[in-house]
Design a protein around this ligand. Structure first.
Ligand code: PEP
Ligand code: MG
Length: 584
């Protein structure tokens, strides 16, 4: 039989070869049926009992997990426990039992379906994932109602690669690393809790394979390449041997990278670069340091605003930022103020649908129109900043007026906090994101107004080359080595150095080791990236001299096209660093 190759979403890196264990995670089938009004009380009691049993199971899991893994992952179980008290879920089900005369199973299923429909109208990926939390909790309660125990990953005795339709974060927490080699799912995305956890626990995974459960059976040989999101079922001999070699190489690199964790990101000639992590959730606060990074170079705060009816209160802002600041201390945390655009339909309150949201009322433009909302966030940041080493970063600035206006607002907030006798950080450093070409072109003027720059290449490339970053048809043009992009980066770097302010990058470009070498040569002192990339970039930094990086940057700047630039980098690295070339 010929091998079959499937491609999914890169979820958690690593290469494993093993046998499939197909996990039964099909939704439990329960019968909803009408009941007599005399049975209503009994059904409500059954439902409440199932809630209690579910709570007991989750508390039990919590105890077991806190022994083995540390407290940082308990929030997932706590979210599920909290959901067992959620008004929409609990009151909604009881209402269905009482008013629609449905048995507890039917009423609960109906309630989960109705909550699901509400979530479905939301386009935001992160929000849609929260629907899964409700479904997973609902499934647990349903199973307890019918007395059907769920197959547990803790019971698996042989080494295996788990293949399932979907997995709950609690499944991931139950995985014993000596038995579970990795997992592959039909559903899922990069921002699901399950995937975030897999990354932080170092369990290789690929998700979003759509129908992989139908293509495999327990016992099949499978290769999971979590580095590229590729799954190969029944590999041919040649592929098998090839991956055996890749796996060995990967393990070797991993061991080497682990050694780097406590070492500084320092070039051979003594230049120290700050390598930092990008995070989206307060729960990820430890992730950067765990990967050998020096704090958080970008904390995207928009997730605090989504998935809710009302805007977050000052206290919520304060607590989330304080949590991250305390965890990261003494390292810095760069908190970016709200960056939502017209496409974020999960945002509380009315939000105008725009024809072209990328060019619309987004980020700082939106905040300056919603001043009270913005001031609430600024108050939270200013107050939390006394608990660590916090800086503030303003997104999507296109010219001087926006940054001046924002600074005025920060002054206003400070004087209000002062007159209220609140404790806050007086000298909070303010940075600006350089992610619109106009900002890059007037970097010299902006540099006089702010304390640091952080370049957002995800947007800078989109706006410079006029390619929608969400549009798969033009994704092939998304190219950091385009001369136009490189010239803007150079210009920004010169302005930062002239004004003597720190220069950072927090776009995806910073997390690619090949680009990182060029950025070093261009004078970037902070590189912030997804945390899994930190060790790879650190390895490059520690392998070269600043002088080499400067030469490389000069060479790349001289090329007329991105293709030529790429060739130039590759041959430079091959010539000077043959060992590194093999891994890039
Ligand atoms: C960027 O634009 O490069 C960036 C880091 O911000 P975001 O991806 O959140 O727009
Ligand atoms: Mg951006």
């Amino acid at each position: 039989m010929h091998e079959k190759i499937y491609r999914g979403i890169i979820a958690s890196p690593g290469i494993v070869i093993g046998r499939v264990y197909l996990l039964d995670r099909q939704k439990i089938v329960v019968a909803g049926r009408r009941i007599e009004d005399v049975s209503v009380k009994d059904e409500v009691t059954r439902f409440k009992k199932a809630l209690e049993v579910s709570r007991g199971q989750l508390e039990d899991l919590k105890k077991r997990i806190s022994k083995g893994l540390g407290k940082s992952h308990l929030y997932i179980l706590e979210t599920h426990i909290m959901l067992l008290e959620d008004k929409m879920l609990v009151d909604g089900t009881i209402k269905h039992i009482k008013e629609s005369f449905l048995n507890a199973e039917g009423a609960l299923k109906e309630t989960i379906r109705a909550i699901g429909l509400k979530f479905d109208s939301i386009e935001d990926e992160y929000l849609r994932e929260r629907k899964q939390d409700v479904e997973q909790v609902g499934e647990r309660v349903l199973r307890n109602l019918v007395g059907h125990k769920q197959e547990s990953l803790a019971d698996i005795k042989e080494e295996a690669v788990i293949v399932a339709h979907d997995l709950a974060p609690t499944d991931t927490l139950m995985m014993r690393k000596d038995k579970i080699l990795g997992f592959i799912t039909d559903a899922g995305s990069r921002t699901s809790h399950t995937v975030i956890l897999a990354r932080s626990l170092g369990i290789p995974a690929a998700v979003g394979l759509e129908n992989i459960t139908a293509a495999v059976k327990t016992g099949d040989v499978v290769i999971l390449d979590g580095v590229h999101g590729v799954v190969i079922v029944d590999p041919d001999e040649e592929t098998f041997l090839d991956y055996l070699q890749k796996q060995r190489q990967y393990k070797y690199f991993e061991q080497e990278l682990e050694k780097l964790k406590t070492m500084p990101a320092e070039t051979l000639d003594g230049h120290v670069i700050e390598l930092q992590g990008n995070i989206e959730l307060p729960e990820e606060a430890n992730a950067a340091v765990d990967h050998g990074g020096a704090g958080i170079g970008l904390y995207r705060t928009e997730f605090l605003f989504l998935n809710r009816q009302a805007l977050p209160s000052e206290e919520e802002h304060y607590l989330a930022y304080r949590h991250v600041a305390e965890r990261a201390a003494p390292h810095e945390v760069v908190i970016r103020t709200l960056d939502v655009g017209g496409d974020k339909v999960g945002f509380p309150g009315e939000f105008n649908q725009e024809v072209n949201p990328a060019l619309g009322l987004r980020a700082i433009r939106f905040c300056l129109q919603k001043r009270e909302m913005f001031k609430t966030q600024l108050r939270g940041i200013l107050r939390a900043a006394v608990h660590g080493n916090v800086k503030i970063l303003i997104p999507m600035v296109s010219g001087l007026p926006e940054i001046r206006e924002t600074k005025k607002l920060i002054q206003e907030v400070k004087s209000e906090l002062r007159s209220e006798g609140k404790i806050f950080q007086e000298d909070l450093k303010i940075g600006v994101m350089i992610e619109i070409p106009s900002a890059a072109l007037i970097a010299d003027l902006l540099a006089k107004e702010v304390d640091f720059f952080s370049v957002g290449t995800n947007d800078l490339i989109q706006y410079t080359l006029a390619i929608d970053r969400q549009n798969e048809h033009v994704a092939y043009m998304y190219e950091p080595l385009e001369p136009a992009v490189l010239r803007l980066l150079r210009r920004v770097s010169e302005a930062a150095h002239q004004a003597n302010i720190p220069l950072a990058m927090c776009g995806e470009m910073a997390g690619d080791p090949l680009y990182a070498a060029i950025l070093l040569g261009m004078g970037f002192q902070h590189l912030s990236m997804n945390v899994a990339s930190i060790p790879w970039v650190k390895r490059i930094v520690r392998s070269i001299r600043m002088q080499d990086a400067v030469e490389l940057a000069t060479l790349v700047m001289q090329q007329a096209t991105a293709t030529q630039a790429r060739r130039a980098v590759e041959s430079f690295i091959e010539e000077r660093f043959p060992d590194l070339a093999a891994e890039l």
